[in-house]
Write a protein that binds this ligand. Structure first.
Ligand SMILES: Nc1ncnc2c1ncn2[C@@H]1O[C@H](COP(=O)(O)OP(=O)(O)O)[C@@H](O)[C@H]1O
Ligand SMILES: [Mg+2]
Length: 425
């Protein structure tokens, strides 16, 4: 069958690699893709926001399944448009995508269904929001309701910081996304990412990962889209996994069905493992980037078969199998990131890194100019290594990073530090 994958990041490169292995696949198209996806698929110049163009492409090319990588097209209703036209799609409808598109929606759902999460209130009035933070005091967390590219959350350690965050959001820092804010209790604990695959009715636990959001070593400096990750996350024990499925994922599936918006696709729970048990920080409705780069290379089952079953509403409940190895990925970013990245610098030596055993290089913000590979974004490349231990995976990943000749880029040097410390103990 022919498949169309929407997206252009490192996540979509990892998804394309996994889909390309499927015996069910005839042709894989990626829209718009990147220089990394051309190695396993055909890139097509399609704008995911133009539903008419996507539908025409699907009809012309006989696409049997559309897989949506990023959140924006989902929240833009691409799955609804495809479904109306009779094209099978993996991903939630616009109504179900509110789980990521509106933090307030998800918090209210948690309250209604008793799903453990931080205590909160929603505000569309600045004076009331300010009165609330003053009454609660710091530390406290201020969140823009809508999508804000990972920049809409302020974990305020002082009251002054919290007040400034409220002022900035209501002054339009995030446009419509900040017209409403969620203010919530500060949760203490370790974070982990939990992924389930859902078919509207049923959810199966898929995988776990942990990422590194800060730009600098030792988790310092500003937040980014993610500077590295590893999978599995050993803090999510089988017992915690069962708890998360029973207390968080399954009630969410039921809630969405009862609201008339059954959830299909990847349900990605950001968890805080607190002393009172796991609590939901937020939902995303797609794979994480760079989490996909460490989860998918470990998958032993057929990703396309799993996505097809989910899209058709016929997951049989068997848990997908993953290899025992640890995967660790290091993000290479252009200097200046997460501020304004310096683009256009040349990257050499990729072949040397890719020739190493159990190393996978995926592309994010790159472009080709003739035969020259140039940086074309903030996060540019992901170097993933698989090994029996975290220490070995880390050593392999950095050996491959060091084989890449790119003076215009940088990376963190301590990806996996927390898991490495656990492994040493
Ligand atoms: N209630 C909370 N307590 C402590 N930290 C939080 C809380 N909510 C969010 N955070 C921190 O802020 C980060 C971003 O918040 P999140 O809700 O995941 O928003 P987004 O990913 O959309 O920016 C989280 O990964 C976590 O580190
Ligand atoms: Mg998050």
């Amino acid at each position: 069958m022919n498949v169309l994958l929407i997206g252009s990041g490192g996540r979509e490169n990892a998804m394309a690699n996994a889909l390309a292995k499927s015996p069910l696949l005839t042709r894989l198209y990626v829209a718009p893709g990147n220089p990394g996806t051309t190695r396993v698929a055909e890139n097509v110049d399609l704008d995911a926001g133009d539903h008419g163009a996507v539908l025409r492409f699907c009809k012309d090319m006989g696409i049997a399944l559309v897989v949506v990588g990023p959140e924006q097209p989902l929240i833009g209703g691409i799955v609804d448009a495809l479904t109306r036209a009779g094209v099978l799609a993996f991903g939630p409808t616009q109504a179900a995508a509110q789980l990521e598109g509106s933090k307030g929606f998800t918090k209210d759902l948690c309250r209604e269904y008793g799903i453990p999460t931080a205590d909160y209130e929603r505000f569309s009035d600045k004076a009331k929001a300010l009165a609330y933070v003053r009454a609660k005091g710091a530390p406290i967390v201020v969140k823009a309701d809508g999508l804000a590219a990972g920049k809409g959350v302020v974990v305020a350690t002082t009251l002054d910081e919290a007040e400034r965050a409220v002022e900035a959001m209501f002054a339009g820092l995030f446009g419509q996304s900040g017209a409403e804010v969620v203010i919530e209790e500060f949760l203490e604990g370790e974070e982990a990412s939990f992924f389930a695959i859902c078919d509207g009715e049923r959810a199966v636990a898929f995988a776990t990962a942990q990422d590194h959001k800060r730009v600098g070593d030792g988790d310092t400096g500003p937040n980014t889209g993610g500077m590295g990750a590893y999978s599995p996350a050993s803090v999510v024990t089988p017992e915690i996994e069962r708890h998360v499925m029973a207390q968080i994922i399954e009630p969410t599936m039921r809630a969405m069905r009862e609201k008339g918006a059954p959830f299909k696709g990847v349900l990605y729970a950001g968890l805080m493992l607190t002393a009172q048990g796991p609590k939901l920080i937020e939902y995303n409705n797609r794979f994480g980037d760079p989490e996909a780069q460490v989860i998918l290379p470990r998958l032993e089952d057929d990703l396309l078969a799993i996505m097809l079953a989910a899209a058709r509403g016929s997951l049989d409940g068997t848990q997908p199998r993953f290899c025992e190895q640890v995967a660790l990925t290091v993000v290479l970013a252009a200097k200046g990131y997460p501020g304004t990245p310096l683009t256009g610098s040349e990257i050499k030596g990729l072949a040397g890194a890719e020739a190493m055993a159990d190393v996978i290089v995926t592309h994010a913000g790159t472009r080709l100019e003739g035969a020259r590979l140039l940086a074309a974004g903030g996060r540019v490349l992901n170097v993933t290594a698989l090994a029996g231990t975290v220490a070995q995976a880390q050593a392999k990943a950095y050996a491959a990073v060091d084989a890449i000749d790119w003076p215009g880029g940088f990376c963190r040097r301590d990806i996996g530090w927390r898991e490495l410390a656990r492994e040493r103990r």
